[in-house]
Design a protein around this ligand. Structure first.
Ligand code: M6R
Length: 364
């Protein structure tokens, strides 16, 4: 049931601290401060490259994970949406790990990609939320997200749980390949273990996000900008907004703006900038200032320090807790989801059952 919540989507957004904690329990040994897999003896040491395939929000979780696999395990990563992957003659060498990511475990394109990769001799890992699904059954390594049933068509809690699993998988792969010393492993475990509390802190800004929803609801177009792991989040923010509010939205890598999209900017286009303080902050802020110089109305999502440094001149700011960059994508998913939710409610759309969409896409 929806409990006290008006929509399943809101209920599922609010479940994230609990379901992420539940998911992490299957991948972290808190006492020993070690990362682990549901099949602890599964050997990843021979994996030479990774291919990630998924659709929609699950694909954006995969885009975030690419940064982690490269950073921690130093393994090359190929990633594509499932509907493109199979039709471009992808090269899959021996020693490759195919990771499919799917809430339902039934998405037809992703399942077809899994089967194709299997026929090419890849080891198959499946990050899925429905444990009885076809993908779960066909994988060599089943990596469940423990998000519980997700009813809202817009994926929310499945996404944050996918990120939790993928971060733990990246650390496991790095460890198996001798790229992670014990101190680093401990640090990763500690940072991941902080995610549930930080998600809770992020949810506390729900009301302030609701207050600004009216401005976004009045817009015809909205842009989302981010760099690094915040770039996939920008894409995810735009997808969430378009699918439930029917407002045209695009996500861009912040540095790509000046290569074309900045021509769209005027005072009628709100621009949501996702920029936690950290190594990429200054670069993103300078892109944000280029937008402001052209009259763009910026909503900055950052932490206290980031907003102190760059919040002037924004039409609104959303303050997130200060978090380690590893868990920032999980935490910053919350304001992005809540903003889409409140805009959709303001527009009066059918939040849980948006037009033209199905929860599980079982046709290719
Ligand atoms: O069940 P899956 O994770 O394979 O579904 C993939 C997409 O259809 C799904 O994420 C879709 O993009 C959502 N409606 C986004 O909110």
């Amino acid at each position: 049931s929806k409990g006290n919540h008006r929509h399943y989507m809101l209920k599922e957004i609010y479940e994230q601290p609990i379901v992420v904690a539940q998911t992490l329990r299957a991948y972290l040994q808190r006492m020993e401060e070690k990362v682990t897999l549901p099949i602890p003896e599964f050997d990843l040491s021979a994996i030479k490259r990774v291919t990630i395939v998924a659709c929609g929000t699950s694909y954006y979780a995969g885009m975030v994970a690419k940064y982690w696999f490269e950073q921690f395990a130093r393994v090359p990563v190929d990633i594509d949406v499932a509907s493109e992957f199979r039709y471009r003659a992808p090269v899959m060498e021996d020693g490759g790990l195919m990771i499919v990511i799917s809430q339902s475990g039934e998405t037809a394109d992703t399942l077809a990609a899994l089967r194709h990769a299997r026929s090419e001799g890849q080891t198959i890992a499946a990050v899925v939320n429905v444990p009885t699904s076809t993908m779960a059954r066909e994988a060599d390594l089943l990596l469940p997200t423990h998000a519980g049933p997700e009813i809202g068509v817009a994926s929310t809690k499945a996404f944050s749980c996918q990120l939790a699993v993928l971060a733990a998988l990246a650390a496991n792969l790095a460890k198996a390949k001798g790229k992670l010393d014990e101190a680093e492993e401990r640090r990763i475990v500690r940072h991941l273990a902080e995610a549930p509390a930080s998600l809770n802190a992020a949810l506390a800004y729900d009301e302030s996000i609701q207050t600004m929803a009216g401005v976004i609801a009045a817009a015809r177009d909205v842009l989302y900008l981010g760099r690094g792991t915040d770039y996939p989040l920008a894409l995810e923010g735009a997808l969430k907004l378009k699918e439930i509010s029917y407002i045209h939205a695009e996500g861009y890598a912040a540095g790509e703006m000046k290569h074309g999209p900045i021509a769209l900017i005027d005072d009628a286009v709100p621009v949501i900038v996702i920029a936690p303080s950290g190594p990429l902050f200054d670069k993103t802020v300078s892109n944000m200032q280029e937008v402001q110089a052209r009259g763009g109305k910026v909503v900055l999502i950052s932490d206290y320090d980031g907003i102190q440094a760059a919040g002037d001149g924004c039409i609104a700011t959303i303050t997130m807790p200060k978090v380690h960059p590893l868990i920032a994508p999980l935490v910053y998913a919350v304001p992005v989801q809540l903003l889409a939710y409140h805009v959709a409610v303001a527009k009066g759309t059918d939040v849980d059952q948006p037009r033209n969409l199905a929860k599980s896409v079982t046709v290719e």
